[in-house]
Design a protein around this ligand. Sequence first.
Ligand code: CP3
Length: 348
Amino acid sequence: MTGNPPIHPIGRVLTGIREAIPPVWLMRQAGRYLPEYRAVREKSGSFLELCFNPKSAAEVTLQPIRRFGFDAAILFSDILVVPHALGQRVDFEEGVGPKLDALKVIAAVARLPRHIDQARLEPVYEAIERVKSELPRTVALLGFCGAPWTVATYMIAGGSSADQVPARLFAYRFPDAFAQLIEILVEASATYLIRQFNAGVDAVQIFDSWAGVLPAAEFGRWCIEPCARIVAAVRNEIPQANIIGFPRGAASELDRYLNDVAVDAISLDWTVELGFAREQIQSRRPVQGNLDPLALLVGGAALDRSVDAILDAFSNGPFIFNLGHGILPETPVAHVERLVARVRGANN
Ligand code: CP3
């Protein structure tokens, strides 16, 4: 990285510059709503095999860029490759979601290795190199990881769980073992992100998808502190590293998150009120967001109205247009085309 202004709009926004036309990308932009993704997915074996096949992972990363001309490509992978690299069994069952060997007792945490097995993640770094070599220089390449709390909820529950009850119970019952797990994930995530930067990503996003279920006191300990430490560890190696934080569902805690986590920008979920976000958040840091994925699914007037409200709220400051969470598999491709055109200034 150099001292020159970044060549791509996303990088400029992340350094606090307002772009006249806001750059746009969508969380989960590579995925099942795209026929070309489904075609690659069908011949790739399991979901994890796709994630760990550098050629195919690079291909599906590039698909939405070719189709829509987004301003960022996000590496095709999953947050659960980190538990996999810690030796936990991770499978994705068709129509069910992720399945892991649940960490039920203190001893299961104690048995985890202290460090991730980087050899298991080599295919991810190779995918990054491949995408980077094919991506136009005006398009940013984003890497990512899950935040320790969110990843821990899957490791403890053994998959998705309503209100993340198993992890919350574990953290109350066995706070020292839970702290140890978070500690392992902080180190694993930081080294994983550093390697992603070394392989060629321009910025990374830390997904704390389940930040919103914690009481305020627990939020500080399990979301803010670990994320702050990851950011510090990454910047220790790569001082200019651009990092986006996404503490989903934590609108009432955003002020504290911004005080303590030195992210360059904050990704807002769709519940965050636009006036509040403009006055209290965008005045402090560039924002990204925050269209309701259901408005995109529905399309038409509901989509146009929602897009316009977001553009009105954020266009006077540094801003990246995005969804407030991942795109849904049922979303029509035409609605995504309409969204991109509207963000770029076509009003009908
Ligand atoms: O954004 C992108 O396009 C990049 C790829 C990406 C995926 N997962 C691909 C994926 C990213 C950034 C993720 C992050 C992720 N994975 C999160 C954090 C963001 C969020 O959505 O909250 C979480 C919690 C996971 C864990 C995960 N992965 C779950 C719960 C599931 C099953 C639910 C589902 O949507 O199927 C996955 C599977 C997954 N990850 C798919 C994709 C494209 C679908 C699997 C398939 O194609 O068969």
